[in-house]
Design a protein around this ligand. Structure first.
Ligand code: PMP
Length: 366
């Protein structure tokens, strides 16, 4: 054992770091980013606002990110039609950071976090690296569905301190049956229940948001991000909405001044241009639905999606298909589910390149 391994926390030894490949390829459809660049108008507005900031970089940023909170509050109210106060909103450098704040405050040694696999791979990583015991709850084997009864039974059995739900779920793409949330809140009375809604803006019409349940549940947290529909992954801004008391508790664990002055400014200006930043969502949804249709016609088994990506099965050897796509300049994601891959819905041209490659590969790969 090396010196460093000997000194490392025993529960971290042998772990591998999160590692979605970052390769320089023409068609990058593996991390559910937006393929559309930031609009010129927003770039100009950001540059103007940043210029005003630069002379004050000798000072720490606003620790409570007051203006950004107000902008996020207004956006959430508009997007979801739910009344919230700025004190109910919290933000971090990506929703990964706000998820880690939740685990720091409500998980930790001797406590259990429950999630339902397959789901977002960072939920167990964040829980375990912060010393929380992870329990891998299960979905239906073939369909990846999570029924109300299965979720409630598993929540009751483990008495967790945190439950992670994800809707629309990554990597499967489908929104959770809405009743699961209420059932889990009831079955796990000692848990903070997190609904990760990173992909909410892509959901099919009529899909309710867990935000609508917040008024009645102090233990419920809804996390969201500007990385996906907002086309702002590089800006690193994720946020959550919860009860004022729960949000206040997160101030105990965050590092002071965790959101830099430029981060706060860039995100706030982007939110001022929300309509423009989100103007590609319908186009992305159209490509997503096209991917589902056309992969099905090739004999693959795509899962219906409420997100900006599609999980598809029916591949005899998913690793060979992943490589064959990469050989054609197309990077998709192997999410570790046998016979399946996940592809992000990009521009129409990117979708065409992906579907043409799949058509060429289908005779031996599907
Ligand atoms: N939640 C889910 C379900 C995700 O898929 C992702 C990104 N892949 C995140 C959270 C984290 O996104 P970010 O940190 O960029 O906000």
């Amino acid at each position: 054992m090396s010196e460093v391994q000997r000194l490392l926390r025993p529960d971290l030894r042998g772990r591998t770091a999160y590692g979605a490949p970052q390769l320089d390829v023409p068609v990058c459809l593996n991390t559910n980013e937006s393929s559309y660049p930031v609009p010129e108008v927003v770039i100009r507005a950001v540059l103007d606002a940043l210029e005003a900031d630069l002379s004050s970089l000798n000072r720490y940023p606003d620790r409570e990110f007051t203006d950004l909170r107000k902008a996020l509050t207004a956006y959430v109210e508009r997007q979801a039609g739910v009344a919230v106060t700025p004190e109910q909103v919290w933000a971090g450098n990506g929703s990964n950071e706000v998820l880690s704040h939740i685990v720091q405050a409500f998980g930790g040694p001797g406590r259990i976090a429950l999630g339902f696999t397959p789901s977002y791979s960072m939920h167990p990583i964040i829980a375990e690296t912060l010393g929380t015991t992870w329990v891998d709850g299960l979905r239906e084997a073939e369909t990846f569905d999570l029924t109300v009864a299965a979720a409630a039974d598993q929540a009751r059995a483990h008495d967790p301190s945190i439950v992670f739900l994800c809707s629309p779920n990554n990597p499967t793409g489908t929104a959770l049956p809405f009743d699961v949330i209420g059932a889990v809140l009831e079955a796990a009375p000692n848990a903070v229940v997190v609904v990760d809604e990173a992909y909410a803006e892509f959901a099919r019409p009529g899909t309710p948001s867990a935000l609508s349940l917040l008024a009645d549940h102090e233990r419920l947290v809804v996390t969201r991000t500007m990385s996906k529909a907002f086309a702002f992954a590089g800006g690193r801004l994720g946020y959550l909405v919860a009860s004022e008391e729960l949000v206040d508790a997160l101030r105990l664990v965050r590092l002071p001044y965790h959101l830099s002055t430029p981060t706060q400014t860039i995100a706030r200006v982007a939110l001022e241009h929300a309509e423009l930043m989100l103007s590609t969502v319908e186009a992305i949804k159209a490509e997503r639905d096209r991917i589902v249709r056309e992969l099905a016609s090739l004999g693959a088994t795509p899962v219906e999606s409420d997100a900006n990506f599609v999980l598809f099965g029916g591949l005899p050897d998913e690793k060979a298909t992943w490589q064959a796509l990469l050989d054609r300049g197309i990077l998709v994601r192997d999410v570790g589910i046998r016979h399946h891959l996940r592809v992000t819905a990009g521009t129409p041209a990117e979708t065409t390149r992906f579907l043409e490659a799949m058509t060429e590969l289908a005779p031996t790969h599907v």
